[in-house]
Design a protein. Sequence first.
Length: 320
Amino acid sequence: NNHTPGNSWVIVDKRVLLAEVNGILFAPKTSKQYHDISSNTGIITQSALTRCFPNYDSEMLSQFLCYMKLSMEITSDMLVYTNLQQKHSENSNMIQETLLFIPALIHNIPRPHGMSGTIQFGWCLQCSNQCSNPHQFFLPHFIHVLLLHLAYQYALPKTANNPHNRRCMIWTNGIIWSDVYGVQTLVEIVDNSQCVLLLMSCLEGLEHNMIKLRWEVIKDILSHQKETCPRLELQEFIIDPSQLDYPIDKPSSLTLYNIEHIASCVVHKLPVVTPYMNEGKLGIELSKLLRFERINPDTLSVFAGRNPETLTTEYDPVKN
């Protein structure tokens, strides 16, 4: 217990407790153990935990869920600054209680119909179909941790003094938010949980804000992937700007440009990169693929601080 160390608990075997939590809290509706406690929004109260687990201390369970990164304690402000408030706007008793946000319990909240303005940038992190296990996918734990992090790091107000500077919408496998810097960002898990999709748009003249933010978001996505599912064999791609039309359910069906190939072109100072799985298609100039950004190996946002020389493979941009 980080808030009150004196009220901490020692869990002898967290796997046993986690199995019981999964069997009750995340049970399918067809299961006898199913409890309808989240009102389809992923938000539950501490008293709801007590009803589900009468033999356990609800504060201990709450801290355990947060420690396992399955949930996060929230304030009633989150109900105001997200799309989740509509379900609870008349429930004053809930707002007075300790609230937990658990993305795995979100149901029946549809994805957005689209993004504001023209989508200007698309990036994806795709499970490789060329590895020894072609049936890889991102684990639900990764999805939940990522949504929680993005909501609190980027989408919700940082201070009470400026509560209206950010708004977001959350659904089962994605999040979209806008900020006062003129940037709208969408992150969604698509293609049967085999791909993380990042789409961004911005107001004219504020492209530098979008570039700065995509550096940070890409870095965070990669960091959480390495922490949560490090054994996945993945590939990074930039989506052809002419094919950025939401929704995108299967990015692999679009024209993609491999980050490793882009890094090779940057290292070799070549102006054009060819599409991944090139079928005789013409390439695209880097300056048009990464518009509004100077092609500098030290500052290119899609590298997210990584040295492009460490990203290159045996790919030879001259021969390919």
